[in-house]
Design a protein around this ligand. Structure first.
Ligand code: SAH
Length: 254
């Protein structure tokens, strides 16, 4: 008995990383797919400079999740499946890398469950690019032999991160989505044994013209002025600005 074959999915859908903001940090593949796209479904963190690289004929659909007006992930998944079935060339564009706290994995699974394969196009994640834009290397000989990327966001009121274990592990801690919880995070790290004078940097809108960099110690993090979305860097490297003496560094930092 022959097994009925699922017809191949028409069109093409790509899950594309838009990088941290600066359009020149897109991959060549991302730029090509954007230029060829019929539809671009994008998130709140995708910069207008990146969107400007989409084909002028492309339909642009904003599914950005913002406080107070969030679109449920389930609805985004349904939208992607529907669009993929129209036979058009669909780009699902996500800030940074689609698989770093971007829920890209969930979208790929939802598409696969409907028999739709998607092309995965990695992007430069803000976890590394935001520190770099402030002159902070996430690893640095004798200062940090490892870096950990964690979410500061609570799930159902609970933090999924063992902050005490991270405080003990050493290395650089990069926190995404951590601005609102920064005081709680700092307390948890210090309770786990982190020295109160451990350097911290906060980089907002990294690699864009609006980039802002703030620095403090971990015991000052709760009262540091920083707005979302920003990346927090905690550890000895956060005191560095290796571009300080270089004129014409890519991003002027404060
Ligand atoms: N997939 C994305 C991260 C999504 S989570 C990536 O790989 O970059 C969203 C968080 O990323 C924000 O809350 C913030 O912490 C960080 N972020 C994204 N873009 C940023 C930018 N341009 N500057 C600083 N932080 C950024």
């Amino acid at each position: 008995m022959s097994v009925p074959q699922r017809p191949p999915a028409p069109g093409h859908i790509a899950l594309v990383g838009a990088g941290p903001g600066d359009a020149e940090l897109l991959t060549l593949k991302a730029a090509r797919l954007l230029a060829e796209a019929d539809v671009v479904v994008y998130d709140a963190l995708v910069s207008s400079d990146v969107l400007a690289l989409a084909s002028p004929q492309a339909e642009l659909i904003d599914v950005g999740k913002r406080p107070g007006q969030s679109i449920a992930q389930d609805l985004i998944n349904v939208l992607l499946v529907r669009l993929a079935r129209t036979g058009r060339r669909v780009v699902r564009l996500k800030g940074g890398d689609p698989f770093v706290f971007g829920r890209g994995g969930e979208e790929a699974v939802a598409l696969a469950a409907e028999g739709i394969a998607c092309e995965i196009v990695p992007g430069i994640t803000s976890a590394v690019a935001a520190p770099a834009a402030a002159g902070i290397p996430v690893t640095h000989r004798s200062l940090a032999a490892m870096f950990t990327v964690v979410t500061g966001h609570r799930q159902h009121g609970e933090t999924p991160v063992n902050w005490a274990a991270l405080a003990q592990a050493g290395g650089t801690i990069v926190v995404l989505m951590g601005v609102a919880e920064r005081g709680v995070i700092a307390d948890a790290l210090m309770a786990g044994g982190m020295a109160p004078d451990t350097p911290v940097a906060a980089i907002r809108r990294a690699t864009t013209a609006d980039q802002v960099v703030g620095r403090c110690r971990v015991d000052q993090l709760a009262v540091m002025t920083v707005e979302s979305p920003a990346t927090l860097v905690i550890g000895a490297v956060a005191a560095l600005n290796v571009c300080e003496l270089v004129s014409g560094a890519a991003y002027a930092v404060g």
